[in-house]
Design a protein around this ligand. Structure first.
Ligand SMILES: Nc1ncnc2c1ncn2[C@@H]1O[C@H](COP(=O)(O)OP(=O)(O)OP(=O)(O)O)[C@@H](O)[C@H]1O
Ligand SMILES: O=c1[nH]c(=O)c2[nH+]cn([C@@H]3O[C@H](COP(=O)(O)O)[C@@H](O)[C@H]3O)c2[nH]1
Ligand SMILES: NC(=O)CC[C@H](N)C(=O)O
Ligand SMILES: [Mg+2]
Length: 516
């Protein structure tokens, strides 16, 4: 990207590293994460304007503690060390770091000890509530460093050398629980490092279109799987702006999409953007392969493989296709570049994916540098309709993993109708955008009911409505009972074959968002 101001975060394996990058970007400064093991040459080539050293699970004196090329401290760049990052600098500059008698996890009261640019604008406060997560502590600051703050358990909770513009914080300013954390990071960027905000989604769009045009020769074509989800839609619209009709989008109807979904997506996107979009009707193929299959993993595999097969066949029918466009986001990229310490947990996720190696196409991934919230901002700037921008995520395997057990056309229809009521009622009550995801699940059991004095023996629908920030963890949404009552009422009255509705009150973990 063509930005003048860029903060490089050197990652030591903290679970909060992504959050640091997001906070910095929210301040209008472009930020990238690299492993702490990056070479000095590579780092210089990135032309950073400032550095942040992240936290991490290790202890600085430990045998395999992650290190950093000490040349980074000779570059004359402003540096902010957070937690492990502060401890490492203290250790390398001749301070003393030891396991603390009082470890701190969670909230702590932080008191200012000396004035410094990081505390500017915090008014006449004596201190702050901050978020801590450490077992080691800095016992003596390195020569030239001043102690800037403390807590009741830790004498040295912030240090700084204003001459060198190097600062260390024992607490985590990037975490929402740290009071004024955002302002402290702001102060580092603007007061200490003197940066000027130049990262915006408008500049991203312009640069991105330019880069795509330079990358893809005039006689080459691009294919893109378009689901109507936010990521693939933004990729398609960006490419369309860059190369017009040389982009060929393929929407595969796999028979497990929601009510009218394929048609709505096609209509909305062709109306707004004049996209080259092919709607492939492959319902029968998918449903015949799913016939009689009960095991969730088996369903996912069948759908994944069949998707590849259908997509490949369609792509091959377009002459001169040399590129595959994908909606890879920055968190996917970070997964592969983050520093993985011995105790760091790595999350994995399932996807339709798996296309590139098999297809021998070059990849174009315009969203590789963006977080999901930034993708939504780009979508808004591109004029993508709100119904797509704020759409709940929808899994590649679709309704197949929401009809629990074997899938039949009848069961799919019951689920579709129930799900449509859930979507409608969430919209009507203005709860749709307040929750992360809300949907219906069809259970593989029947229960007894009474309708119009007659005994019924019919299906059960479960409602799954959750709050989440990134789908890694989630909790059931506290939806007002009147709305639940309305949804339940409508499903039982309007969907034939259902006589009972239940509400899922499990969090993730230990449950997951989807039931299969
Ligand atoms: N029915 C489909 N037809 C064509 N491509 C699809 C379909 N379903 C998924 N894909 C492709 O697989 C990719 C991964 O799907 P995924 O659901 O993770 O992303 P998305 O649908 O773009 O966004 P969201 O995460 O908001 O649903 C999509 O970006 C798209 O390229
Ligand atoms: O593209 C996808 N392919 C999948 O196979 C898949 N499985 C789950 N999901 C979505 O991911 C988020 C987390 O879901 P879980 O808690 O069920 O793992 C939720 O948002 C789910 O809807 C998927 N998305
Ligand atoms: N969160 C951190 O960076 C922790 C640093 C170090 N592992 C400690 O326990 O003090
Ligand atoms: Mg999707």
């Amino acid at each position: 990207m063509q930005v003048q101001n860029k903060v490089i975060i050197l990652d030591f394996g903290s679970q909060y590293t992504q959050l640091i990058a997001r906070r910095i970007r929210e301040s209008g400064i472009y930020s990238e994460i690299h492993p702490c093991t990056v070479s000095l040459e590579d780092l210089k080539a990135m032309q950073p304007s400032a550095l942040v050293l992240s936290g991490g699970p290790s202890s600085v004196a430990g045998e395999e503690s992650p290190q950093v090329d000490q040349g980074v401290f000779q570059l004359g760049l402003p540096i902010l060390g957070i937690c492990y990052g502060m401890q490492l600098m203290a250790h390398l500059f001749g301070g003393q770091v030891e396991p603390a008698r009082n470890r701190e996890y969670g909230r702590a009261s932080f008191e200012f000890v000396s004035d410094c640019p990081l505390w500017e604008g915090l008014g006449d406060k004596d201190g702050l509530t901050v978020w801590m997560s450490h077992g080691d502590t800095v016992l003596t600051p390195p020569p030239g460093f001043e102690v800037l703050g403390r807590t009741s358990s830790v004498e040295i909770a912030a240090v700084g050398d204003s001459q060198q513009k190097i600062y260390g914080l024992q607490f985590h300013p990037e975490v929402a629980h740290t009071e004024e954390g955002y302002r402290i990071l702001h102060n580092f960027l603007f007061k200490v490092a003197g940066l000027v905000p130049d990262w915006s989604m408008t500049s991203f769009i312009q640069d991105c279109i330019q880069e795509i045009r330079e990358m893809i020769p005039d006689d080459e074509q691009v294919v893109c799987g378009l689901s109507g989800g936010i990521d693939s839609t933004v990729v398609a619209v960006l490419l369309h702006k860059a190369i017009g009709k040389r982009l060929h989008c393929i929407l595969v109807d796999n028979g497990v999409l929601r009510h009218n979904e394929a048609l709505e997506v096609v209509e909305s996107l062709t109306k707004h953007f004049d996209l080259n979009l092919k709607h492939v009707e492959a319902q029968d193929l998918f449903l015949s392969r799913l016939h009689g299959v009960k095991d969730p993993e088996e369903k996912r595999k069948i759908i994944g493989h069949t998707f590849i097969e259908v997509f490949e066949k369609e792509a091959k029918s377009i002459p001169d296709v040399k590129w595959l466009a994908q909606g890879t986001l920055y968190p996917d990229v970070i997964e592969s570049v983050s520093f993985k310490g011995p105790s760091a947990v790595i999350k994995s996720h399932h996807n339709v994916g798996g296309l590139p190696e098999k297809m021998d196409l070059k990849l174009v991934e315009p969203l590789r540098e963006l977080f999901k919230d930034e993708v939504r901002k780009v979508a808004v700037e591109l004029g993508i309709p709100d119904t797509i921008v704020w759409r709940h995520p929808f899994p590649g395997p679709g309704l197949a993993i929401r009809v629990i057990g074997t899938i039949t056309p009848e069961r799919l229809e019951i689920l579709r109708k129930s799900d449509r009521i859930v979507q409608n009622e969430l919209f009507a009550s203005n709860w749709y955008t307040r929750v992360w995801q809300g949907f219906a699940v069809l259970l593989p059991l029947k229960t007894v009911g009474v309708m119009g004095d007659e005994r019924t023996y019919e299906h059960v629908v479960a409602l799954r409505i959750v709050d989440s920030i990134d789908a890694m963890t989630a909790d059931w949404s506290r939806i007002p009972p009147e709305i639940l009552a309305r949804i339940s009422n409508r499903i039982i009255n309007e969907v034939q074959g259902v006589n009972r509705v239940v509400f899922d009150i499990s969090s993730k973990p230990p449950s997951t968002i989807e039931w299969e």
